[in-house]
Design a protein around this ligand. Structure first.
Ligand code: FAD
Ligand code: MG
Length: 340
């Protein structure tokens, strides 16, 4: 009998829906635009009266310029970014970076401490090891995992110089991967751009990292939904959101399959193994970077430990969580999806 699994929801609130529509006025007083960036889709919705649509479009152009600027600084999928330079040179010498990149790396080191090492941007060697294993169709050996693990540990192995804004690595072969935090940070900065342009009611969503400000075009709270993590369409829940960030991490979009087994893109930095069981974790927080980092961390920690650590530190008192757990076997029991 296959292992039965439990689908297990902890109370909370959440949201997270992406948009794949074009860029134009969605209705008389809502301007919406979607562009592809950071390997996903970014959708901006701004409440603006008809006479204000040109100004809204101009503000949204600045938002996308801001998001692209963050990608130009922090992508580890390209060779021409600051993070790529840090990964090449930071063992040989301290590497100076922009204030934005420094802020994200400094915050990430703190999240590593606050999450007992569950959130750790130095997972780069492990992420690469499992991505290569997926391509090769074979599991990494214990030696390969141990070797990658020896380069992991943000709290102890990253040296930051606040004054000079430099980053240095303590171990050769280290590499940082900001995939679990930089989208949330980028949305925070993009919201500031909108506010500076005089728009107070909007949603910015970058691949499941969403920040909601003000009210929707009807003057009500925005309603956002958490994607159904098992189905192509539909939501698990709808949430009324206002002035908050919502981040969802899940193993339903990015994973590798080896010998018929699905391995998540989220890796436990303490064991070197992809996390099992966290189908979808959504965190609500006051800012996007915290929501992003904690949705990743909670996927590693599991629901009880994540709740314990969140409640241990007053700075996370405004964080809420939905945790949907399920084991591989549960998926085998899902009824086929009706074609819409
Ligand atoms: P999250 O849980 O938010 O993050 C998971 C990601 O964080 C993993 O993919 C890995 O990158 C990293 N990670 C894994 N385990 C841990 C851990 N324990 N602690 C900390 N981090 C961990 N994707 C593309 O396909 N092409 C691109 O060109 C591309 N460019 C990008 C540029 C930027 C600046 C960013 C931020 C992301 C980019 N991505 C790109 C997407 C990226 O590779 C991740 O897949 C994505 O950010 C995962 O987000 P998530 O919300 O699914 O999961
Ligand atoms: Mg994240």
């Amino acid at each position: 009998m296959k292992r039965l699994a439990l689908l297990f929801l902890i109370l909370a609130v959440f949201a997270g829906c992406g948009g794949k529509s074009g860029g134009k006025a969605e209705s008389g007083n809502l301007y919406k635009e979607t562009q592809e960036l950071m390997g996903t889709f970014a959708t901006v919705r701004v409440v603006a009266g008809k006479e204000d649509l040109p100004r809204a479009q101009e503000a949204v152009n600045k938002v996308f310029a801001c998001l692209r600027h963050m990608e130009d600084l922090m992508s580890f999928h390209r060779e021409d970014t600051e993070v790529a330079q840090v990964n090449r040179e930071a063992f040989d010498h301290p590497v100076a970076v922009s204030a934005e990149t420094f802020e994200v790396i400094k915050a990430a080191v703190q999240f590593a401490k606050d999450t007992d090492g569950a959130f750790d941007i130095t997972v780069g060697p492990l992420v690469k090891l499992w991505a290569d294993a997926g391509k090769a169709g074979r599991l990494p050996t214990q030696e390969e995992i141990a070797d990658a693990l020896s380069k992991v540990g943000a709290a102890a192995k990253i040296k930051l110089d606040e004054e000079k804004k430099t980053v240095q690595f303590a171990v050769k072969g280290m590499s940082i991967d900001l995939g679990g935090i930089a989208k949330g940070y980028a949305v925070d900065r993009a919201i500031e751009v909108l506010r500076a342009a005089g728009f107070q009611d909007a949603i910015i969503d970058v691949g499941g990292n969403m920040t909601v400000i003000g009210r929707n075009a009807d003057g009500k709270k925005w309603t956002v939904g958490v994607k159904n993590f098992f189905r192509k369409n539909g939501y698990v829940e709808q949430v009324e959101a206002e002035n908050m960030a919502v981040s969802t991490s899940g193993d339903y979009e990015r994973f590798v399959v080896i010998n018929g087994h699905r391995y998540s893109h989220i890796i436990d930095p303490r064991t070197g193994m992809p996390v099992e069981g966290a189908a979808s974790v959504t965190i609500i927080a006051g800012d996007g970077m915290t929501a992003d980092a904690w949705s990743t961390a909670a996927s590693v920690l599991g629901s009880s430990k994540a709740l314990e650590l969140l409640r241990k530190d007053a700075k996370y008192d405004d964080c809420q969580m939905l945790f949907a757990a399920c084991t591989q076997g549960f998926r085998d029991y899902l009824a086929p999806e009706e074609e819409k």
